[in-house]
Design a protein around this ligand. Structure first.
Ligand SMILES: [Zn+2]
Length: 627
């Protein structure tokens, strides 16, 4: 129970209040933080879910391919605790399982972490005082450590070969006995063992399991209990530390490295909780102080399965291809299993700087389900920050949208939307982001939803209908049009007349304000018709202008933007420019016609894979109309 120190006569007001309340924490003692997390605070002790001093944490992946979201989250949690406490975050590559190691995976891990904004203070590529940071370069350290354990009697050599062990385990399994090692070599004398080893007989080195329960506490799951205690037929684990090929097992390497790298806090997946007893036994055998452990629940997909490397949706590469911003991803992952207690307003939107200020060691015991909907909720907010800040981060975002637009529509469609070179594409994407960052979710979805800015093909919805025409049928302005005998053609004629007072696309508004005024004048004209034509069966007293406005804007949006929602319509019209606006209003089919003598150059473009036409053209190419 927490209260003011008994030696101090003064009891502060909040403690006095708390003492009067029934003890809540006593009931939940297992998740009570260990002593070391009590911190001095003025004249009283205050418990906190933060390390006392600067924490040294680590992320220790195996180089077996790309990182998936689960491993990025583990790295992030460790990184944030180090940053929050002014400590160091260490990257260590655990490559001693040479069967699984993939070439250049270390470089990929480094690249992925840097992309996510998780920069390590010590590790590969940056060095540090406790290097090398790649386990295969530290083998002598593990050998020395096991020799120490052999000398101190905490470990012994096992000369059994693998086939014998397997056969023994199988026969014990059949007779219903525990399958653990039967300790055949435990009884070999030290002299005999040394002699055989000197003669080069193959062996592994095993830890002597004392069979005693080692007191351990996990910050998330509480006291670690060794269930063997309740088993009358006590067995000994005697885990292998050094394999016959001289390579260390995960248990040995991680303990030795954590000790030598002075790691204070280990945050890792709950799948390691079961091995923590072994790790604590090793610390005890070495006589070292173990770090504080905090295990976190596994990330599950929406079906409740553990994230697998084969599931591409949660692969980092797929996430990057979706145009996910690293700051949005870190924000999203930080919410997966961290309790974030005490956050009141806007507790979901947490940029990296904020996370570094707030993150602590309170984790949930449950396995969080990963739902990308949350990520798509956070993305636009982070995109808006980039748009507002401008500079390199904004340019990166623009490039993502440009790449997606090129990939989705190809140069031919872009050309028909008035984009004939990279600068024009950049300018349009910049405009779109500034006008509509609030809809930036997945970059593919973003450009598809704004297809009218990048393509001439009306967007076809899933039910096969172009744009959203079906939705307009029941609208009040549609009914008004029918009642007053106004047709689409009338609106079309009026729009062309007002927006293009001269021939062709000349005479188009020179500013957005002017264009807005012209569209409003179309609305005025329709309002006039509504007001002056008395139709007794249709009564909308005083609503004529509102209905006329809905009519004009909706119908223009259905022609120009195919009914897709997005940025302000007038601004979008101004961005598309007179040629395209006119063609869309007049519903003229637009095709690309190369000028005489101009070679149509096939370009190798990603759209080829999608079976689209791919034609490149230079900036001077004109769009022509085919009737
Ligand atoms: Zn043996």
């Amino acid at each position: 129970m927490l209260n003011c120190r008994s030696s101090t006569p003064f009891i502060c007001r909040s403690c006095r209040h708390r003492l009067a309340l029934p003890s809540r924490r006593q009931l939940n003692f297992q998740s009570h933080p260990p002593e070391s997390t009590y911190a001095e605070h003025g004249t009283r002790l205050r418990w906190t879910w933060l390390p006392e001093g600067p924490a040294r944490t680590r992320f220790a992946p195996s180089p077996t391919g790309h990182l998936h979201l689960g491993s990025i989250r583990t790295a992030l949690f460790n990184y944030l605790i180090a940053k929050r406490t002014g400590g160091q975050f260490i990257l260590r590559i655990e490559d001693t399982d040479d069967k699984r190691t993939v070439a250049d995976a270390t470089e990929r891990i480094c690249r992925d972490l840097r992309w996510a904004g998780i920069q390590w203070d010590e590790g590969p590529e940056v060095g540090g005082p406790d290097g090398p940071y790649i386990q295969s370069e530290r083998l002598s350290l593990y050998r020395t450590a096991t020799n120490d354990l052999l000398e101190s009697g905490h470990a012994y050599r096992c000369f059994c070969n693998e086939a014998t062990l397997k056969a023994k385990a199988e026969s014990r399994l059949k007779s219903g006995q525990p399958t653990e090692y039967d300790r055949t070599c435990y009884h070999i004398s030290k002299e005999q063992s040394d002699d055989w080893a000197a003669k080069g007989r193959a062996h592994v080195i095993r830890l002597k399991d004392t069979g005693e329960m080692i007191k351990g506490r996990d910050l998330t799951y509480g006291v670690m209990v060794d269930h063997r205690k309740s088993n009358p037929e006590r067995t000994y684990r005697d885990p292998i530390l050094l394999k016959s090929n001289g390579l260390p097992t995960y248990h040995l390497a991680s303990v030795v490295d954590d000790h030598h790298m002075r790691i204070t806090h280990v945050i890792r997946g709950v799948e390691w909780l079961i091995s923590t007893q072994t790790h604590l036994a090793l610390y005890e055998a070495f006589g070292w102080k173990p770090p504080t452990f905090a295990h976190v629940g596994l990330l599950l997909d929406e079906k409740g399965n553990k994230l697998s490397k084969r599931e591409k949706t949660f692969d980092l590469r797929s996430i990057q291809n979706e145009g996910v911003l690293p700051e949005a991803l870190c924000n999203f992952l930080a919410l997966m299993g961290w309790k974030q207690d005490g956050l009141k307003d806007d507790r979901d939107f947490l940029p990296m700087e904020k996370l570094k200020e707030l993150f602590d060691l309170r984790f949930t015991k449950s396995n969080p389900t990963i739902s990308l909907a949350k990520l798509w909720y956070l993305q636009p907010r982070h995109a808006a920050v980039r748009v507002e800040a401008g500079g390199a981060k904004f340019e990166e975002l623009v490039q993502l949208v440009m790449d997606a637009a090129e990939w989705e529509f190809g140069p031919y469609e872009l050309l028909l939307a008035g984009i004939s070179n990279t600068d024009q594409l950049r300018s349009r994407c910049k405009w779109l982001l500034k006008a509509n960052a609030k809809n930036y979710t997945s970059v593919t979805r973003f450009v598809r939803e704004q297809a009218y800015l990048f393509s001439s093909r009306p967007y076809i919805s899933e039910d096969g209908l172009p744009a959203k025409e079906v939705e307009y049928k029941g609208k009040v302005w549609r009914i008004a049009m029918e009642s007053y005998g106004i047709t689409d053609e009338d609106i079309r004629k009026k729009a062309v007349e007002v927006l293009f007072p001269k021939n062709g696309s000349d005479g188009f508004a020179e500013t957005v304000e002017e264009l807005k005024a012209r569209v409003e004048s179309i609305v005025d004209c329709i309002t006039c018709i509504f007001e002056n034509t008395k139709k007794p069966q249709v009564v909308w007293p005083g609503s004529e202008r509102r209905i006329a406005s809905a009519l004009v804007y909706s119908i223009l949006r259905s022609w120009i933007a195919w009914g897709l929602s997005g940025p302000n319509l007038v601004e979008a019209m101004y961005e598309l420019g007179p040629e395209i606006v006119r063609k869309r209003i007049e519903k003229v089919e637009v095709r690309y016609v190369p000028s005489p003598g101009q070679a149509v150059q096939e370009v190798r473009h990603r759209s080829e894979a999608q079976g689209k036409d791919a034609v490149s053209a230079d900036a001077s190419t004109k769009i022509e109309v085919i009737d």
